[in-house]
Design a protein around this ligand. Structure first.
Ligand code: HEC
Ligand code: HEC
Ligand code: HEC
Ligand code: HEC
Ligand code: HEC
Length: 255
């Protein structure tokens, strides 16, 4: 089974290369060679990457690990690459916020304001970094329940930083994000069905107006102090509620 998946992935990369999908970048040779030489434990890492938003968006191995992705020569490809345990490695836990943050600047900016980040910079091994919640290749978004469990690994009675209110707050915030997101999706579907183009265009703008504070809310989540997030979610929810009301009660024609 695994060999088949590897061959499939190789075929995929090769065809992506041949098709020249318009991506200026060379498809990562790191991935091609590593799929051909799968071995534990990194085979899990590989299939996680393959199925992740990063794999789909062609965010190659070198974007996190460094190295030269243009060569099939193992020695050249790995030259200068540091083991994750080396404090100078881009995938060392203390450096991940910066590495990931190169492409996710808003999450990084918020994270830098957190106590977690401060501790990470001090070399504290018991504080979360990006991959604690998103997995080593950034493949996961947590559900409210799993976020609760993640926070409670450290913030619960008898744990290293006992504040059992933190996990509960995290869960409430993320549940709220999910609800607003679901309403936005529903509104989007309803708007698509509207025949009157002027009305559709106007409501689409309103939809974007409601989405913006939601995106901002998710980004401020990375401060882990949720005041700002709560304010943004409140605005997003108010806007989407108004939008749903408008959708339910179309104004008379000729308005
Ligand atoms: C020609 C094949 C090949 C290419 C190209 C290649 N790798 Fe590797 N890589 C391997 C093999 C095989 C190993 C295992 C070496 C060992 O541990 O014996 C390895 C090991 C590694 C390791 C683990 C090193 C450690 O310290 O344990 C990382 C990380 C890695 N490669 C990333 C990359 C990245 C990133 C690229 C592209 C810039 C790349 N590789 C290109 C074959 C390749
Ligand atoms: C989004 C960032 C990211 C991407 C993309 C990524 N990795 Fe990793 N990789 C990591 C992190 C983080 C670790 C864990 C480091 C640790 O053990 O603390 C890791 C660990 C590894 C390891 C274990 C050896 C080591 O250095 O600890 C190998 C081998 C590896 N990656 C290879 C790859 C290959 C091959 C690809 C492309 C198919 C890839 N990675 C893509 C972030 C990434
Ligand atoms: C070279 C740029 C780049 C780097 C480095 C990078 N990402 Fe990403 N990331 C992307 C792109 C592109 C996407 C997919 C498009 C999108 O959703 O914005 C993405 C998506 C994501 C997602 C959303 C996944 C989903 O299912 O919707 C998460 C979470 C994420 N990245 C976390 C990380 C983490 C954690 C790291 C570091 C370990 C990291 N990223 C490093 C470019 C990058
Ligand atoms: C303690 C857990 C935790 C840590 C640590 C964490 N995140 Fe997140 N991240 C979340 C949660 C919760 C969400 C919201 C999930 C959702 O939208 O469903 C999220 C969402 C994201 C997203 C997708 C949404 C967006 O902003 O577009 C990205 C990208 C992301 N995080 C990157 C990062 C990066 C980079 C780091 C490190 C600097 C990081 N995260 C650290 C919990 C965490
Ligand atoms: C890997 C362990 C770990 C995880 C996971 C973790 N934290 Fe923390 N957190 C800590 C440590 C350690 C501190 C520092 C406590 C101190 O300074 O006494 C801290 C501090 C905080 C603080 C700042 C408290 C203050 O007094 O300034 C908040 C808020 C917080 N965490 C919320 C969260 C939330 C919410 C989650 C889940 C999304 C979470 N944490 C996940 C370890 C963790």
């Amino acid at each position: 089974m695994k060999a088949t998946a590897g061959v499939f992935a190789l075929a995929f990369f090769t065809s992506a290369l041949l098709a020249g999908t318009g991506q200026a970048e060379v498809s990562s040779r790191c991935a091609d060679c590593h799929f051909a030489h799968r071995r534990p434990p990194s085979q899990w890492h590989l299939s996680e990457w393959d199925h992740s938003a990063h794999g789909r968006a062609n965010v190659g191995c070198e974007k996190c690990h460094g190295g030269d992705p243009t060569t099939f020569e193992s020695f050249l490809a790995h030259r200068g690459m540091l083991s994750a345990r080396n404090p100078a490695s881009p995938v060392h836990r203390a450096n991940l916020p910066r590495t990931c943050g190169g492409c996710h600047p808003a999450a990084f900016a918020a994270f830098q304001k957190s106590r977690h980040y401060e501790l990470l910079q001090e070399g504290n091994p018991d504080t979360p970094t990006c991959v604690t919640c998103h997995g080593n290749v950034g493949a996961y978004l947590l559900s409210p329940k799993s976020l609760y469990a993640e926070c409670a690994n450290c913030h619960a009675a008898g744990k290293l930083a006992p504040r059992s209110d933190f996990p509960a707050e995290g869960k409430i915030m993320l549940t709220s994000v999910r609800e607003v997101r679901a309403s936005l999706d529903e509104a989007k579907t309803l708007i698509k069905r509207i025949n009157d183009k002027a009305r559709r265009d106007r409501l689409e703008l309103e939809l974007e107006d409601a989405r913006a504070p939601l995106l901002a809310a998710v980004q401020s989540a990375h401060m882990f102090v949720f005041d700002q997030m709560q304010d943004r979610l409140f605005i997003a929810r108010k806007r989407v509620d108004m939008l749903m009301e408008e959708l339910a009660n179309p104004q008379p024609i000729g308005k």
